[in-house]
Design a binder for this molecule. Structure first.
Ligand code: ARG
Length: 589
């Protein structure tokens, strides 16, 4: 499918050439004065100097050359040298029909599809989820879908934090509570329990106790650090406890991610990088890439062009311990060697940017990835409460995802679904879908790197730039089509759309035609918010159209069918875009 914009562009370019301006690299843009024209080109202004002539002269010549071209209703030169284009109804019809017949709204498949790993979610095992993990999951899921849509071969990896101090803390707390467990015997006399000697609730209770104790009780902290070190060295009893923690915790995390509609192709974590670390350290030392500095092993990653200083990447502390960077560097080796990654994209808190800069530079310096490979960091901002401070629950504690979702669910129930004629299972499902849409759209509609305010009231509103508003638009379109069907009509095929007759209808056509370039922009910029802006604008125009235009009540049967075809096109575009955001649509609401 060749996008409408490209077709218009090449037609204009040809007109420039026909008029003798053949070096012209012509560009057009959607007009910001839709009352005057649909598209505008300022290329004549650009070429005037080169051809040593008046811009207006060029613009007039080009407009003249396009006179009678079926693509346009009119082309006008406008002072000081703009070319204003209004598309013909026939061209609009043809283009939207073509778009609607294409399997995807994508202009064309990614010309260089890449084996891509997207690292998102990043929950820490046995530690509470926090809002940053929510953002990583929601943004990462959408970017994963966009990358796949563009034709890449994408693997989503949750990359759990499963190898840190929290494990030592939990094990020490367990020793306190159940000192008689076989794991804690000096000389092993009994076998280890087959079933975990603790529940998920125990873990949830134990971690905060141990974590706060470690902040005041130095000997407890030391013990936890020592235990972590032993675990990381492979001390069997601790590995056995760790395995139990992993099973319980993963099951719970999976439930959490499922309830968010977020899924991963692989469930690896920091622990999976461990087998690569000893060899990696040897290699880095042997080749002189890592050097010793104050007892630690570091890689100098500074660059003469750096505006601010990038400190060396520490890969081993003086006590021999590995760090976050060590594990991320080793994970790159794993992903390159075993998954054939050509592109690795990380979605994490923007405060981790320096860490990723150091890791990426180290990986390049060590040659663990090829020059043409892509390592990319997408940093997101903080989700704040209405007070402008990082979001907390009503009680002031850390967020539990289930509670957050259930708060939104009740707001959605009170404001939207209560009083509708939906009941039973459908009611639950619908409330769930709208709640998730409110949550995800509230997040994704902001540029990821920005902080934003989590405002349940605004997110669940049916008015304004919100998830429920967009869903409501889709549901309205679905219900018109449904009504037509129940009255005995066969919904026309999308190809039956006619040329736009009213101004609102033209706006709808024009907006729909932007879909491919919007998706391309969202892909290039890794920016779900670009899609949000588009679905909002399309919904707005669509609701205006619905308000002003007869559809089912239209007397002229041909026009009625053309309009039904048009709303089918719009509905499908909205659904396709929402799917890329990870948002489902209900049948009714
Ligand atoms: N577990 C980390 C955290 O909670 C996020 C992991 C991000 N991914 C990575 N490969 N480092 O901050």
């Amino acid at each position: 499918m060749i996008q409408a914009t490209k077709k218009i562009e090449s037609t204009i370019e040809k007109a420039f050439k026909d008029c003798g301006y053949d070096e012209a690299e012509v560009s057009i843009k959607v007009s910001d004065r839709p009352d005057l024209c649909d598209y505008q080109s300022s290329s004549a202004l650009k070429f005037a100097k080169k051809y040593n002539t008046e811009p207006m002269k060029i613009a007039e010549a080009v407009a003249g050359a396009l006179d009678g071209n079926a693509m346009f209703e009119k082309v006008e030169a406008m002072k000081p040298g703009f070319i204003n284009m209004t598309l013909s109804g026939a061209f609009l019809r043809e283009q939207v029909a073509e778009l609607s017949q294409n399997a995807k709204l994508w202009p064309e498949g990614e010309t260089h599809p890449q084996k891509t790993i997207i690292d998102y979610g990043g929950a820490n095992v046995a530690k509470p989820l926090h809002v940053g993990h929510l953002r990583s999951a929601v943004i990462g899921e959408s970017i994963k879908r966009i990358l796949k849509y563009a034709g890449n071969e994408v693997t989503g990896d949750v990359h759990l934090g499963d190898w840190g101090l929290q494990m030592g803390l939990i094990i020490e707390q367990l020793r306190e509570e159940q000192p008689d467990l076989a794991y804690f015997e000096k000389e092993r006399t009994r076998s280890y329990p087959h079933n975990p000697p603790f529940t998920l609730e125990d873990l949830e209770r134990m971690y905060p106790i141990a974590s706060s104790r470690s902040k005041t009780d130095d000997s407890f902290l030391k013990a936890a650090q020592e235990t972590t070190r032993k675990l990381q060295e492979g001390y069997e009893p601790y590995i056995e406890i760790w395995k139990h923690i992993m099973v319980l915790s993963k099951k719970d995390l999976k439930k959490n991610y499922d309830s968010l509609g977020v899924s991963f192709d692989i469930w690896k974590g920091e622990s999976d990088a461990q087998p690569f670390i000893p060899g990696m350290i040897e290699d880095l030392k042997n080749r002189g890439i890592a050097i010793e500095s104050q007892g630690a092993l570091v890689i100098d990653v500074s660059d003469e062009n750096d505006k601010k200083e990038i400190p060396p990447c520490i890969i081993q502390k003086s006590d021999g311990a590995a760090l976050y960077a060590t594990s991320d560097l080793a994970t790159i080796i794993d992903r390159k060697q075993n998954l054939g990654a050509e592109s690795i994209i990380y979605v994490a808190d923007k405060r981790q940017e320096l860490h990723f800069t150091q890791v990426f530079r180290s990986a390049k310096k060590a040659g663990y990835i090829n020059d043409q490979d892509n390592l990319e960091f997408i940093g997101f901002g903080t989700m704040n409460g209405k007070d402008g401070k990082p979001f907390k629950t009503r009680e002031g504690g850390v967020m539990r995802l289930e509670h957050l979702i259930s708060d939104i669910r009740s707001a959605v129930y009170d404001k939207i679904v209560q009083g509708s004629d939906i009941s039973g299972e459908e009611l639950d499902k619908t409330t769930e879908i709208i709640a998730l849409a409110a949550l995800k759209y509230g997040d994704l509609s902001n540029q990821a790197s920005r902080d934003y305010i989590f405002d349940i009231d605004r997110f669940t509103s049916l008015e304004g730039n919100t998830g429920p508003y967009i869903l409501y638009t889709v549901v309205r379109l679905k219900s018109i089509l449904e009504k037509y069907k129940t009255s005995g009509g066969a919904v026309p095929d999308k190809s039956e759309i006619g040329s736009p007759l009213t101004n609102k209808e033209r706006q709808l056509f024009l907006k729909a035609l932007q879909a491919p370039e919007i998706l391309e922009e969202a892909y290039n910029k890794r920016a779900p918010h670009v899609i949000c802006r588009f679905v909002f604008e399309l919904s707005d125009i669509c609701n205006g159209f619905y308000h002003d235009t007869k559809i089912i009540t239209e007397e002229n049967e041909i026009i009625k069918r053309e309009r039904l075809a048009l709303i089918t096109v719009i509905k499908d575009i909205l659904i396709e875009c929402l799917t890329l955001l990870g948002i489902e649509t209900p049948e009714r609401m």
